[in-house]
Design a protein around this ligand. Structure first.
Ligand SMILES: C[S@@+](CC[C@H](N)C(=O)[O-])C[C@H]1O[C@@H](n2cnc3c(N)ncnc32)[C@H](O)[C@@H]1O
Length: 242
């Protein structure tokens, strides 16, 4: 679990967010604070192989789903949008071996060794999800819970806590300020459509604790997010053991 924690730990390094927003390329729309150690090759002795992760509002699958798969974790990506899930499928395909240096990898594959974890993509409202208790080692929701009414965020976080294994990790971000619920039009310069935001602000931390999670890390992202106009708080929490 320590390695998983290392992987989820929010740090200052910035990973470009690509793929947000269906049907448009918004490369480098903004940067993410955190996720420093989600990069591949941070050699720690413990393997994450076989661990199971859920990402809700996975969007285009980058970087989180892809990095879980590269770490040989099995991942479930859930999103309302079929367009985003299509992008996620594309973005998480294993790249073909680039050169002869990958021959070893090929050999391992033909021996039944999978170089990546298994991916399941689910088109669903995250509020419709049902899993047995203790199904996942990690649950992630980035820039997605904010789109639920905040009462539903509470319900979802309690469910997520139940779905986590003991000592499993949850990483989410949420708006720092309380937002009772607002609809915005003209989002991302589009004339049509709307987007909804809400949140409990810092009270979300209390919600997490009431759900049986221990907040390990809490980090306020620098500045206002250019897309939503909100400042986000990133949290990593662990389900209490025994
Ligand atoms: C701002 S994007 C963030 C995507 C991704 N997590 C990222 O950081 O790039 C929000 C995503 O959440 C999805 N979403 C919004 N409400 C949802 C819900 N109730 N259930 C599942 N997905 C939802 C949207 O379709 C969208 O792909």
């Amino acid at each position: 679990m320590e390695k998983l924690l290392t992987h989820l730990r929010a740090k200052r390094r910035r990973i470009p967010l690509e793929g947000l927003a269906p049907q448009r390329s918004l490369p480098r729309l903004k940067s993410w604070p955190g996720l420093e150690d989600l990069t591949i090759g941070t050699a720690t002795p413990v393997s994450l192989r076989g661990m199971k992760a859920l990402e809700v509002g996975c969007g285009a699958g980058l970087p989180v789903l892809n990095l879980f798969l590269q770490e040989k974790m099995d991942a479930v990506g859930v999103d309302l949008s079929s367009v985003q899930l299509g992008l996620a499928e594309e973005n998480t395909k294993p790249s073909p071996p680039a050169s002869s240096c990958d021959l070893n990898r090929l050999r391992q594959c033909s021996d039944g060794y999978s170089p990546r974890g298994k991916l399941e993509l689910v088109e669903s409202d995250m509020m419709e999800l049902r899993y047995p208790p203790e199904s996942f080692d990690a649950i992630v929701g980035l820039y997605s819970l904010v789109h639920l009414p905040r009462e539903e965020q509470t319900v979802f976080l309690h469910r997520a806590a139940r779905w986590l294994k003991r000592e499993g990790l949850l990483m989410v971000n949420f708006a720092r300020e309380e937002v009772e619920g607002e609809v915005r039009t003209g989002w991302l310069g589009q004339e049509e459509g709307w987007v909804y935001f809400s949140g409990w602000g810092e009270k979300t931390v209390k919600v997490l604790e009431e759900a049986g999670l221990e907040v390990l890390e809490r980090e306020v992202a620098d500045g206002v997010d250019g897309v939503s106009g909100l400042t986000y708080v990133w949290v990593i929490a662990r389900k209490k053991g025994g």
